[in-house]
Design a protein around this ligand. Structure first.
Ligand code: NDP
Ligand code: 2IT
Length: 446
């Protein structure tokens, strides 16, 4: 079996050797899927995985804009349309200086499986630009978004490809992008999700990824007769996902002791309560400041510069910042400190060595494609509401989100349950694969 997997990966590597993040995501999925495919006559010999790793389409384009000093700036924009077997391409846009094709292909590839898990009819895609919204004025961000959409609009549409937010793309950016799309097409449609509630957005969409991650952690803990109530939780990141993961932890009676950004982490051993979390939201969302400012208001907390929070003793860890932020050494430290549950709020935050250690030690480990699927799931619900020209209440959407996370948990159990352990990664990979593969086979070689 290892030989077959290695041959497959060598062939993919030949074409994509300059894309390490994409190769990492493909490897992680292939190790679960190839043994399964080989065991199933309907999938074996159809080159199905080879077809899945090749994007249906990639667009890459120049984005010119003018900064506040009148200088002409040039960025690179992308949209990776990975797979449309079960629905239109769906997935976020990331604006971050590190954005490149490798990162967007890994995210689009993961998105295909994640969207399949949600039970909603969405294919997978991802896009973005190497633009850094940090330290830019609102006017600069608006001009960038307008220029970005001036090219992207011809490739997307409410039945074709529906982008949303991701790192560096929140409500402000979605507003500017939506405004420019509407102006170019003279059409008010649900072409983006994460919109403001008064112009087609869904209640609970901002909260959905973080809430969903905690619901999923709670589902895993419940499955072993435990609960997140009373647990000590470390969270990385302080953006959209991290903020609402922290909020849901508080709702469920857990104690959150860390949050972070790219400059370091804060450790508050007394716990980040609702008032303190509101302060973090104000720093990050309104003032667009740094997490280090927390200790000015709460001097009993510490700011640890340039470090990640994984050395802090916890029961549950929710990495919610970015890819590869938990490595093998971090995993060992988490395990030595008694951590029993890791749920990925971010996409691929745990590297291959970290995942191996969590599995070898049989702690609860949820891959992002399962645990952070609540965000795109509520995006799917936003699309449904747009089509209905109707909106559901907060309670209705939250209830549907909870149900979807429970369904994802059940799917993971179906294909990931082993004698005394649930391999959530394997369960998520196989279950999501089946839906996409069946649709691809039914639609012929296209
Ligand atoms: P935000 O832009 O709102 O926040 C990102 C957070 O992560 C910030 O605190 C940021 O710090 C930190 N961060 C970003 N890049 C790095 C880096 N290279 N090193 C260290 N810290 C970093 O993004 P989101 O919260 O939306 O996204 C976080 C993660 O969740 C991503 O992996 C994203 O793909 C994933 N995700 C997001 C969903 C969504 O609906 N938004 C849905 C599912 C997954 P700083 O401010 O210093 O840059
Ligand atoms: O990674 C993700 O799932 C997202 N950034 C959200 C995608 C979406 O379409 O809501």
């Amino acid at each position: 079996m290892n030989k077959i997997i290695n041959q497959f990966l060598a062939e993919i590597d030949n074409r994509n050797s300059h894309e390490p993040e994409f190769m990492q995501a493909v490897k992680e999925v292939s190790e679960d899927l190839i043994p399964y495919i080989v065991s199933q006559d309907i999938y074996h010999g159809k080159n199905i995985l080879m077809r899945m790793v090749e994007p249906e389409r990639v667009v890459m384009f120049r984005v010119n804009w003018i900064d506040d000093n009148g200088e002409i700036r040039v960025n690179r924009g992308y949209r990776v349309e990975m797979n449309s077997a079960i629905g239109p391409y769906k997935g976020g846009l990331r604006f971050h200086p590190s954005v490149n094709l490798s990162i967007l292909k890994f995210l689009a590839f993961e998105q295909v499986f994640k969207n399949s898990l949600t039970t909603l009819p969405m294919g997978g895609g991802k896009g973005g630009a190497d633009f850094d919204p940090k330290n830019k004025s609102d006017g600069e961000v608006m001009r960038f978004c307008q220029s970005f959409m001036t090219e992207l609009f011809r490739h997307i549409g409410p039945n074709t490809d529906i982008p949303a937010g991701d790192i560096g793309v929140g409500g402000r950016e979605i507003g500017y992008l939506f405004g420019q799309y509407k102006r170019l097409k003279n059409e008010f449609t649900g072409v983006l999700t994460g919109k403001g509630v008064s112009w087609g957005g869904s209640l609970i969409r901002p909260e959905a990824t973080g809430y969903g991650t905690v619901y999923f952690a709670e589902d895993m803990l419940n499955h072993i007769g435990d609960s997140i109530k009373g647990k000590t939780v470390t969270i990385s990141g302080s953006g959209n996902v991290a903020q609402y993961a922290a909020e849901k932890c508080l709702h469920l009676g857990a104690k959150v002791i860390t949050m972070s950004d790219s400059s370091g982490y804060i450790y508050d051993k007394e716990g980040i309560n609702e008032e303190k979390l509101n302060h973090i939201m104000d720093i990050k969302n309104n003032k667009r400041g740094r997490i280090s400012e927390y200790v000015k208001k709460y001097p009993k907390a510490e700011f640890i510069k340039d470090k990640k929070p994984w050395a802090v003793k916890c029961d549950v860890a929710l990495p919610s910042a970015t890819q590869n932020e938990v490595n093998g050494t971090d995993a060992k430290t988490l395990l030595n400190n008694g951590c029993i549950c890791v749920a990925e709020g971010a996409n691929m935050p745990c590297d291959h060595n970290a995942i191996k250690q969590f599995k070898d030690n049989k702690i609860l480990f949820a891959p992002g494609k399962a645990s952070n699927a609540g965000g795109v799931a509520v995006s799917g619900l936003e699309m449904a509401q747009n089509s209905l020209r109707y909106s559901w209440t907060r309670e209705e959407v939250d209830e549907k989100l909870k149900e979807i996370m429970i369904k994802i948990h059940k799917k993971c159990l179906k294909y990931g349950k082993e004698k005394d352990y649930v391999d959530y990664g394997k369960g998520a990979n196989i279950s999501s694969f089946i839906k996409v593969a069946d649709a691809m086979l039914a639609q012929g070689v296209v």
